[in-house]
Write a protein that binds this ligand. Structure first.
Ligand code: DGJ
Length: 725
């Protein structure tokens, strides 16, 4: 049983294969959190609750022994005004101006399958793989009802959470903060591992102690951002890749978010995650309901690798409806780094032809095909093909590409508008802009008000028109600036605080409509590279361009950080030119290809300029990738080694029948020693063929694989292992 209820003790237990999550209705009908961690059976964990004196802390009026202070007890969903003085998950301004939501337990419901959200993406169940628990809490004085939803994926060791808030009163209330989850970890000292960055350097790993100061992570960029990813980990002090306790948290959301981690006065730890509350507020009229984005969490007692596997598995199987999640992806050639804006249809055809010869099977026409766009100063919003520039109609060009035996993909940046565009001239009030201020520009462009119905309809219609006009198999959905100027002409002054969230809802509406209408089109996300690499976008688009930084050596860090939550099947990863356009580094073709293979492989360079020898290498690399794509997308991923001189990773098939190991030397020394890499995830009792030699799985994992010394500029190697029958 996944969800166990003890009605007498009012105990709720969520059991997954390896974890237990427990809550209890306690004194005065408050819902307390008891435990989340390694699976325990047959145990009421109430004994963990704080039952000492409140001392000088505020406690409920009903408490006769002055105990039960909510700031000392572990709360399931801490709220404002109840004496819980830590970070709260819910702050509401009631109709009378008070900030208090004193939630008491009302009832619960269990149902088969996984709950879904009305306007937001969320994980879905397949067959019988999930169950839902709904716990309803109510504040009869404030007339606020809160439903806590728990989606329990037993086999995946994952629990999802979302919250619905209803106004049962007669006056309107204002939500100032509504987090999707809060988790109190009663005791222990932990680290916070988070993934921060900037353009061209996304998802750097930082490990910090959780202290008595509140650490707040988040984004105010309007997108989930390169600055901070919504995924973060709470790990035991000594937790490593393969040992120790760790909790992972992430949010199915693509806009502003925030997460907090703090150590309470008694050493208890609290983590919250949800919508960013900076400038956020939401007016809830009587009878109305507000739904938070979905949070997802998992626990591993076997280190960070297992935690990553839990997230990889559920993201691959229960998040995105696209048919491409489980079907081979094209090896694409994108013309961006080959030509930037300077291309014609003829040039694209030359690139396509050469790319076909190295095994690519899709040409993607990037930025610059529409309006009068020949640089980044104009035309965003004018999604009409520039036939003069292409020298063909879109249909003619696509047919010619198809005739080469290649599919065709196209770039859009739908959420943006340039002042120099017909769209802006006709609809200046569709752009976000404070009424009496000059707008802030980012890359010379403005952001469309995605909360506006007319904008949503325009984008759906324009993009559909383009997709209907030719045989288009792929769309790259780009978004290239942080969002500022949060003011919508459609919202009253009291509702401007809703805009950030309404923007994201509008974005999802358009994406949902388009992906439903074009189920055969592969959508790839992008935001100045990887500035919107999140579960919200992955619910619509099975892959995202990981970073605009295509340097193989920088990519080692970017892909490493990304891998903690996101599977390789989601990471757009291309071979680009050397010297690299972002940092001028020179690397061999082999190393560029080996690194790009840890993702959705493609090319991003002028193939027509490659030497014959390079083309030959490229063909070999593409063929090899096609052979290992399924393994790469479905296998278990191991971060073997990540130091200043060696980076190495391994993919192992679920049935342990094959594996791919990649090793890159980022520094080399004179008189170099042999390199020994201990492999993981193989079958102890089986033998594996590497080239012509056979090795025991146990030997490779315990003694390691022995590699010849590395020499040269960023040398690398890939080793394919096949189990011997
Ligand atoms: C930013 C993206 O990350 C690039 O790949 C490219 O599509 C450019 N935008 C085009 O403007």
């Amino acid at each position: 049983m996944t969800i166990l209820i003890n009605d007498d003790k009012k105990l709720f237990t969520l059991q997954t294969r390896n974890t237990t999550y427990q809550m209890k209705v306690g004194d005065f009908d408050y819902l307390y959190h008891l435990y989340y961690g390694k699976r325990v059976d047959h145990q009421d964990m109430s004994y963990l609750l704080y039952d000492g004196p409140s001392h000088f802390a505020p406690y409920p009026y009903e408490s006769e022994n002055r105990g039960g202070s909510l700031t000392l007890m572990s709360q399931e969903f801490p709220t404002v005004g109840t004496g819980d003085l830590g970070s709260v998950a819910l702050d509401i301004e009631n109709a009378d101006g008070t900030h208090v939501v004193n939630l008491k337990y009302k009832d619960y419901e269990i149902f088969d399958g996984k709950y879904s959200l009305a306007e937001l993406p969320s994980f879905f169940s397949k067959g019988n793989d999930a169950k839902t628990l709904k716990i309803t809490l109510v504040d009869v004085a404030s007339d606020v009802e809160v439903e806590l939803y728990y989606g329990v994926f037993e086999d995946k060791d994952v629990i999802t959470r979302a919250v619905r808030i209803s106004n049962l009163g007669v006056g309107s209330i204002q939500i100032h903060k509504a987090q999707s989850m809060s988790l109190d970890i009663v005791a222990g000292q932990y680290d916070l591992i988070h993934f921060h960055g900037r353009w061209a350097s996304e998802r750097n790993v930082e490990r910090l102690p959780i202290t008595h100061n509140v650490t707040t992570l988040g984004s105010d960029y309007g997108v989930s951002s390169a600055k901070e990813n919504p995924g973060f980990i709470v790990a035991g002090k000594s937790t490593t890749e393969m040992t120790g306790d760790c909790f992972g948290f992430n949010l199915v959301y693509s806009g502003n978010f925030q997460a907090t981690a703090e150590r309470g006065t008694l050493g208890q730890n609290r983590v919250t995650l949800g919508l960013g509350d900076n400038q956020f507020s939401w007016r809830l009229e009587p009878g109305a309901l507000f739904e938070t984005p979905e949070a997802v969490m998992s626990f591993s007692s076997a280190g960070l690798t297992q935690l990553s596997h839990n997230f990889h598995n559920i993201i691959r199987e229960n998040l995105c409806h696209s048919k491409y999640v489980n079907s081979p992806r094209p090896v694409l050639i994108n013309n961006w780094e080959a030509t930037y804006f300077d291309f014609t249809g003829k040039k694209l055809l030359q690139i396509a032809k050469s790319a076909r010869d190295i095994g690519a099977n899709m040409l993607v026409m990037d930025d610059g095909w529409f309006g009068e766009r020949s640089d980044d100063t104009s035309s965003l919003g004018d999604w009409f093909v520039n036939e003069q520039k292409l020298g063909y109609t879109l249909n003619q060009l696509v047919q010619k590409v198809n005739n080469l035996g290649m599919e065709f993909g196209i770039w859009f940046e739908p959420e943006m508008v340039n002042e120099k565009s017909e769209l802006y001239v006709n609809h200046p009030n569709w752009a976000l802009n404070f009424p009496n201020q000059k707008p802030l520009l980012g890359r010379g462009q403005l952001v469309l008000d995605m909360s506006k119905k007319e904008v949503q309809e325009y984008l759906f219609e324009r993009i559909s028109d383009v997709l209907d006009s030719a045989n288009i198999s792929y769309v790259k959905w780009d978004m290239n600036r942080p969002i500022t100027d949060w003011y919508s002409k459609d919202l009253s002054s009291g509702r401007q605080g809703e805009l950030q969230h309404r923007y994201v809802l509008g974005l999802y509406k358009v994406l949902g409509a388009l992906t439903r209408r074009y189920p055969d089109v592969l959508f790839e996300g992008c935001s100045s590279g990887g500035a919107r690499f999140d579960l919200g976008m992955l619910a619509y688009e099975p892959q995202i361009w990981t970073s605009d930084n295509s340097d193989a050596i920088n990519r080692l860090d970017i892909q490493y950080g990304t891998s903690f939550f996101y599977p390789l099947s989601t990471m757009g990863s291309h071979v680009s030119a050397s010297p690299n356009h972002q940092n001028g580094r020179i690397t061999s073709f082999e190393t560029r290809a080996n690194v790009a293979m840890a993702g959705t492989f493609g090319y991003e360079l002028d193939v027509t300029k490659m030497s014959q020898a390079e083309k030959q290498q490229a063909k070999t690399a593409t063929d090899f990738y096609k052979k290992v794509q399924e393994l790469t997308f479905t296998g278990d991923y191991y971060r073997l080694h990540h130091s200043d001189d060696i980076v190495s990773w391994q993919i192992v098939a679920k049935d342990k029948s094959e594996s791919l190991v990649t090793v890159v030397a980022t520094d080399v020394v004179g008189n170099p020693p042999f390199v020994y890499i201990k492999l993981r995830g193989l079958d102890d009792n089986s033998r594996y063929l590497i080239g012509e030699k056979v090795y025991g799985g146990d030997a490779l994992m315990n003694a390691g694989l022995k590699l010849p010394p590395f020499k040269g500029n960023y040398p690398s190697t890939r080793i394919y292992l096949k189990k011997v029958k």
